[in-house]
Design a protein around this ligand. Structure first.
Ligand SMILES: [Zn+2]
Length: 343
């Protein structure tokens, strides 16, 4: 726990000064360091953790430094991704995160009010007229997306939505509801419950990124897609998640096995030649595809047309495997869907 110090409002360092501002920004997470030189030459530095895709400011910590030199030394030891920034940029980012929380009437981190003086007056910062920017192009998001994002604040559904134009450019699987990237989930969890001023999350978390799920509870996401009317997408997602689970951890399985497994399920026929060692691999993947279909059917329950959605999802996935075919990389499609999996 940080030592509690009595806080007396102090003179803010000269406006326009860019001294003591640092920022890290990646995949919807920003970490901003801002500092203030006190009259006795000591420094107070605050860290603000911001989720720009949904939750706004989610962390705030502060640390006192004897002098500017010790602060600079501390910042030099930070990860290389934390770069010197400017007061204008840092204040904008914090004000952006603050507006998200105020707009949603969500709680601010406990330390925030104590340390905001370092970057105040945040109310004077000029922000874009819309609460959320599109994660791809930073442009305006449609109103209904914004409402949906706000209603999910601080929940465990981590998603982000694109503007219509960017959405058009996505692959069909990614249309409509999009789930936070692996990096986002990691960074989010690392800063959400931050108890210290020192952020070592980046080094600690990066090496594991590849094999961790975009979202553990993908079933909720699929359910949500069904309720939003994205039924074919839900079927595709349910099946692809299962394909990913069976293929990503198993290097002997290649794209052509996946394609054969899909054909097997589409034609509802087992392979005749069970002498072929490849048959085992294909049947293994086909079993998972069937599980995906079962999961989707279970979620659809009494809704009509389930089977036709499954058929078109299977066709679509088979096309996607073919489109990914690459001589140089026999696991090109599998790598494309690897983000679904936790190994
Ligand atoms: Zn966009």
């Amino acid at each position: 726990m940080a030592k509690k110090r009595k806080v007396v409002p102090k003179k803010i360092s000269k406006s326009g000064s860019n001294f003591g501002y640092y920022m890290f920004m990646d995949s919807g997470i920003s970490v901003v360091y801002a500092s203030n030189v006190n009259e006795d030459g000591s420094m107070d530095a605050a860290l603000f953790g911001i989720d720009t895709w949904r939750d706004g400011i989610i962390a705030c910590q502060c640390r006192h430094f004897e002098n500017m030199g010790s602060f600079e030394e501390f910042m030099r030891d930070r990860h290389s991704s934390i770069k010197p920034s400017t007061k204008i940029i840092c204040r904008e980012e914090i004000a952006y995160g603050l507006r998200i929380r105020e707009n949603a009437h969500a709680d601010l981190p406990p330390e925030f009010d104590k340390w905001r003086y370092i970057v105040d007056p945040l109310g004077d910062v000029i922000l874009p007229p819309y609460i959320y920017r599109c994660p791809e192009c930073k442009g305006k998001l449609p109103e209904e997306h914004i409402e949906k994002i706000i209603s999910g604040i601080d929940g465990d559904i981590i998603f982000y939505l694109l503007c219509d134009r960017c959405n058009e450019n996505q692959s069909p699987l990614r249309k409509s509801a999009r789930y936070a990237t692996t990096i986002h989930v990691h960074l989010y969890e690392a800063i959400k419950d931050l108890e210290e001023f020192t952020v070592t999350w980046y080094q600690d978390y990066m090496p594991e990124l590849i094999d961790v799920p975009v979202r553990e509870d993908y079933k909720e996401g699929i359910k949500e897609m069904i309720s939003m009317g994205d039924i074919e997408l839900a079927a595709t997602m349910a099946i692809e998640v299962h394909i990913a689970h069976s293929t990503v951890p198993n290097n002997t399985i290649k794209d052509h096995h996946v394609l054969a497994a899909l054909k097997m399920v589409i034609n509802d026929k087992l392979i005749e030649d069970d002498e072929n060692p490849e048959t085992d691999l294909i049947e293994y993947v086909a079993g998972y595809i069937q599980e995906g279909i079962n999961m989707f059917s279970g979620l659809m329950r009494f809704k009509l047309g389930g089977r036709s959605y499954i058929d078109s999802a299977l066709d679509k996935i088979a096309k996607s495997v073919v489109n990914h075919y690459s001589k140089s990389n026999p696991r090109s499609y599998i790598e494309f869907i690897h983000h679904f999996v936790k190994v």
